[in-house]
Design a protein around this ligand. Sequence first.
Ligand SMILES: NC(=O)c1ccc[n+]([C@@H]2O[C@H](COP(=O)([O-])OP(=O)(O)OC[C@H]3O[C@@H](n4cnc5c(N)ncnc54)[C@H](O)[C@@H]3O)[C@@H](O)[C@H]2O)c1
Length: 261
Amino acid sequence: MAFSADQFRLDNKVAIVTGAGGRGNSIGRAYALGLARAGAAVVVADINADGAKTVADEIGAAGGKAIAAAVDITKPNSVAKMTEAAVKAFGGVDILVNNAALMAELGALQAADIALDQWNRIMDVNVTGALNCAQAVIPLMRKRGGGKIVNQVSGGAYPAVSIYGISKLALVGLTTTLARQLGREKINVNAIAPGNVQSEAGKQLAPDDGPFIKFLQATVAMRAQGQPDELVGSLLLLVSGAGDWITGQVLHVDGGWVLRP
Ligand SMILES: NC(=O)c1ccc[n+]([C@@H]2O[C@H](COP(=O)([O-])OP(=O)(O)OC[C@H]3O[C@@H](n4cnc5c(N)ncnc54)[C@H](O)[C@@H]3O)[C@@H](O)[C@H]2O)c1
């Protein structure tokens, strides 16, 4: 079939974005608004119920389709309620964006002396939470004859030099493993690895005058810091028909921070 830009459209698709109700200019918000603009009906999911409602209302006010879902991704029962809400409102699920995570609150927490319960909590949200959501939507995607899953990882996993980085590297492993398992069922599983993005959380994690931003400014090929909206085009590629033959990949959207062969 000849290429058409219409392949990027998501009309009649249903997308869940976790962590989309964050503070201010969050990445999940940009993803939810972008998916809605491309035509998808969006489930704006977050542990922060008020934040999720604000973003869903914003999509509705702009003429898009969205509902808010309060979810704790670490709890399978709560995740099941989220997917039930998606099916009730929109009839199924085609796209899952596993974007929710603990990040700013972790800083550069190191492994040698971390308490086990703290380690478990981080892995529970950043890794098991994504698995819970994937397991909940895979049967729904099978019913639709396919689907797209995108896991939000990080340049901070290349290499992993913090607990946060370890959790994101584990999520890369979940991405490749699910991609291999689900490919023949037309379920694509990919990851986006952003550089430093100036969401509220990103600014808190890496202040402008801090050593991490100075390091990026000295080493990144193009531009050290980006905006949430600059990730949306890559997401649309990975969740639309334009990306049907892409699976098991990590797309680095970071101005050339992580350079891989
Ligand atoms: N900002 C950056 O520089 C940057 C860089 C690389 C990767 N990332 C990743 O991008 C994603 C979004 O980052 P952001 O900067 O918008 O941060 P953010 O803190 O605004 O977004 C994270 C969201 O996850 C939600 N969340 C946390 N625990 C949850 C749970 N148990 N159940 C449901 N929701 C939960 C939070 O309420 C929050 O809204 C994260 O996965 C982050 O690791 C961010």
